[in-house]
Design a protein around this ligand. Structure first.
Ligand SMILES: Cc1cc2nc3c(=O)[nH]c(=O)nc-3n(C[C@H](O)[C@H](O)[C@H](O)COP(=O)(O)O)c2cc1C
Length: 143
């Protein structure tokens, strides 16, 4: 039984590249051991995280609870939780959205300004953004 979960949060302080790298390193080491895949996006302009986790229901729920307790971010809001037939992020244990390569027009397509603000738009819009990021090869990070 597979589920897909998406949440948004705000970085507690300024998240530097080392902190982000540490989060991704941990994710890439841990997620394959529990069969979780997904993608993580951090908007430098707004300090907002958007993450998708998919995998077995128990594995996703356990990991989400662990992530929520992480003090490196706050204001964690569950945007979407659904049972799925197949994964969309199967090739990434935790893919990273390359914000440098991201066309601002893609952010504008789904929101009022060209910054990531999942708090202001529908979960459907944030998921559509992720779908486009997958389609436009804007997600990096092997395995
Ligand atoms: C925005 C964000 C996303 C995270 N995503 C993951 C993840 O996908 N997988 C993971 O294992 N840890 C992730 N973490 C780290 C966990 O919150 C937590 O620090 C880690 O799993 C704890 O591991 P430890 O108890 O072995 O130190 C994330 C943290 C943050 C702030």
């Amino acid at each position: 039984m597979l589920v897909r979960l998406m949440y948004a949060s705000r970085a507690s302080g300024a998240i530097d590249q080392d902190t982000l790298a540490a989060i991704l390193k941990k994710s890439k080491a841990h997620n394959p051991t529990v069969g979780v895949t997904g993608a993580l996006m951090l908007c430098p302009a707004s300090g907002v995280f958007l993450q998708v986790l998919e995998g077995g229901r128990a594995a996703v729920n356990t990991l989400y609870n662990r992530i929520v307790a992480d003090t490196r971010h706050r204001d964690v809001v569950l945007l979407s939780y659904e049972e799925i037939d197949e994964r969309r992020f199967a090739v990434w244990s935790m893919g990273q959205v390359n914000m440098q390569r991201l066309n601002p027009a893609l952010l504008l397509k789904y929101s009022e300004t060209a910054t990531l603000d999942p708090y202001a738009v529908s979960a459907k819009a944030s998921m559509a953004l992720f779908d486009e990021l997958v389609a436009t090869a804007s997600i990096v990070g092997q395995g």
